[in-house]
Design a binder for this molecule. Structure first.
Ligand code: C5J
Length: 223
């Protein structure tokens, strides 16, 4: 059985990669560019840029192999009916969800700042899951889409490691998916939180899943 060298032990790939999907979480201007949600909360958004080429390489290989790609997009309806007041009011940043910033309304679907960054733009046939929460399974059709496509194995990338990425990975793990988090394909505004998240998901024999480098994944998929 083909595997990817990973921690805490090799990640078993499904037969002929059938059932394998790439998940790219929230690679949106709101988190990666000045003037968006991440910036308004006082974060150094430039820290997240490092993973863009890495995710781009994985995306290119998944596209070439014809394997499913799922992009997620954190955002709310313009009337904020899907945004709990607790989420809107927390943070006390310079701008909050729904306020107008230089890239349009913060974390509102359809606004310029809420789009996925141009380098990782979804193709028309790729799945984009708008999500109101941190986890990609909460109040979204993600689980039914994965079931319909026969997806069992998730290669997980995106931002931020300890918030939307970790929440989604835990939700997926509870639903029975074999999850592998890409070590150099996820990033946080807090390097120590990224480090801790990688360690905690693969601790205790992979209690939430595996971690591996993009190099190991690319080599296994292209061999
Ligand atoms: C945050 C996310 N950090 N995509 N969202 O609020 O991690």
């Amino acid at each position: 059985m083909p595997t990817i060298p990973a921690q805490p032990y090799d990640y078993p790939l499904p037969e002929n990669n059938q059932g394998l999907a790439l998940v790219i979480i929230d690679m949106q201007r709101d988190f990666l560019e000045p003037g968006g949600f991440g910036d308004s909360l006082g974060n150094d958004v430039m820290l997240l840029q490092a993973i863009v080429p890495t995710i781009g390489q994985l995306l290119a290989v998944f596209r070439r192999l014809g394997l499913p790609v799922i992009h997620t997009q954190e955002g709310h309806q313009p009337d904020l009916s899907d945004c709990p007041p607790s989420k809107r009011d927390r943070g006390q940043g310079s701008l909050t969800i729904g306020d107008r910033g230089p890239m349009g309304r913060i974390l509102v679907l359809g606004e310029a700042g809420n789009q996925i960054i141009p380098d990782l733009s979804p193709l028309p046939d790729e799945i984009v899951i708008p999500k109101p929460g941190k986890g990609a399974f909460y109040n979204t059709p993600l689980e039914s889409i994965l079931k319909e496509k026969g997806v069992t194995h998730l290669i997980i990338t995106g931002v931020t490691t300890e918030v939307c990425v970790q929440t989604t990975m835990r939700e997926a793990n509870d639903r029975g998916y074999e999850c592998l988090l890409v070590e150099d394909g996820t990033e946080s505004y807090f390097p120590e939180f990224k480090r801790a998240t990688l360690e905690m998901v693969r601790a205790q024999g992979g209690i939430v899943g595996w971690t591996a480098s993009s190099g190991a994944i690319l080599a296994a998929l292209q061999s």
